[in-house]
Design a protein around this ligand. Structure first.
Ligand SMILES: *Cc1c(COP(=O)(O)O)cnc(C)c1O
Ligand code: SF4
Length: 335
């Protein structure tokens, strides 16, 4: 923890270079339980582990049930047989016309610019991608994606996703945004990123400066628990919003992490005070290795019903389920 006292801690590149990928490295931050230590080795062949020093510093050093630990430290549940699980639950593979592009809705595409994240969320729906070797979409791949968008005038919005697109250097991101916005049919670019929650130091004034000229740019981030709402995270969101880049939030409803009205309510209420608008509350999908996080389908709508009337309407996200097979996100309703 000695690094917290140095300038390194605030340097996102230092954080990214020094992600914790072993039990030994994590032990500098917390007391791993025997079960965690064991799960780190038994899951190693299946799903990658990485945790930024910053995110590790949010963990309760003694409680394995800590909601930050549950999101980032492997558990043996991940490799337990789950007959409902699918490698590609959202049907993204057949909707990939060129490398890195997922075209599922007529007017929007996802552009997966890399498959690297500084923290691998244990509930990730893209485990099939993030389990592969670290990889960034090469320039030739990007050119093919731009050509695809240009050839499909019905595409109005491009969503940069990954992996985490904000791991790309500022200049590279500015170049991608510039190329996309130069296409006459693209009137909106969105960036899906978890870095405000797991590596908030990334949102530097220089990054915001690089993104701002390509407006309208929207950022959709991903906070799941109030413990992630630190001063560093608040400053990251504030920098974006202050420059006119709206920030929305998607959360995933996770058993044992945020599936209570008290926890979810605090998360949503605080986000609104940061001018971050809660957008979706996702039902955990059918990706492999995430069964232990899944709640009943009615749990999300029921929690939001419970909160409705007690918190600002601005703070209430839409509960959604990404339908297996790839037909898209559908809103969930309570009873
Ligand atoms: C979620 C998703 C989008 C974006 O959907 P919105 O409802 O507009 O947020 C676009 N394309 C794909 C393939 C998606 O999974
Ligand atoms: S940040 Fe997103 S893509 Fe990366 S591991 Fe987490 S959920 Fe998956």
């Amino acid at each position: 923890m000695e690094h917290r006292l140095t300038a390194d801690w605030e340097d996102w590149r230092w954080q990214a270079r020094n992600v914790l990928t072993s039990s030994q490295a994590l032990s500098a931050y917390l007391d791993l339980s025997a079960a965690e230590t064991e799960a780190i080795s038994t899951t190693a062949g299946a799903f990658r582990m990485a945790i930024t020093p910053y995110y590790a510093s949010l963990m309760d050093p003694t409680d394995p049930e800590c909601p930050i630990r549950r999101q980032a430290i492997p558990r043996d549940d991940e490799i337990r047989a789950d007959e409902r699980a699918m490698a590609d639950p959202l049907g993204e593979v057949p909707r990939t016309p060129v490398q890195g592009v997922v075209h599922r809705y007529p007017d929007r595409i996802l552009l997966l610019v890399n498959n690297v994240c500084p923290v691998y969320c244990r509930f990730c729906t893209r485990k099939r991608l993030t389990a592969l070797d670290n990889e960034t979409l090469p320039s030739a791949g990007l050119e093919a994606a731009y050509a695809y968008v240009a050839a499909h005038p019905e595409i109005r919005e491009v969503i940069l996703s990954g992996g985490d697109p904000l791991l790309l250097p500022d200049a590279r991101l500015a170049d991608i945004l510039g190329r996309l916005r130069a296409l006459p049919n693209v009137d909106l670019v969105r960036i899906h990123t978890r870095l405000p929650a797991v590596l908030p130091q990334r949102v530097t004034p220089a990054l915001v400066q690089a993104l701002a000229p390509h407006q309208p740019v929207w950022v959709v981030t991903h906070f799941n628990h109030p413990l992630e709402l630190t001063d560093e995270a608040r400053i990251a969101c504030q920098r974006l919003v202050d420059r006119g880049i709206p920030v929305d939030n998607q959360s995933v409803l996770l058993r044992g992490v945020n599936d209570s009205a008290a926890v979810l309510g605090e998360l949503l209420r605080t986000l609104v005070t940061w001018r971050v608008r809660p957008y979706y509350l996702h039902q955990c999908d059918l990706a492999e290795g995430v069964g232990h996080f899944r709640t009943a389908a009615e749990a999300g709508p029921a929690l939001l019903d419970e909160l409705r009337g007690t918190i600002s309407g601005l703070a209430l996200p839409t509960p959604v389920l990404d339908v297996p097979g790839g037909s898209g996100k559908v809103p969930l309703f309570g009873r």
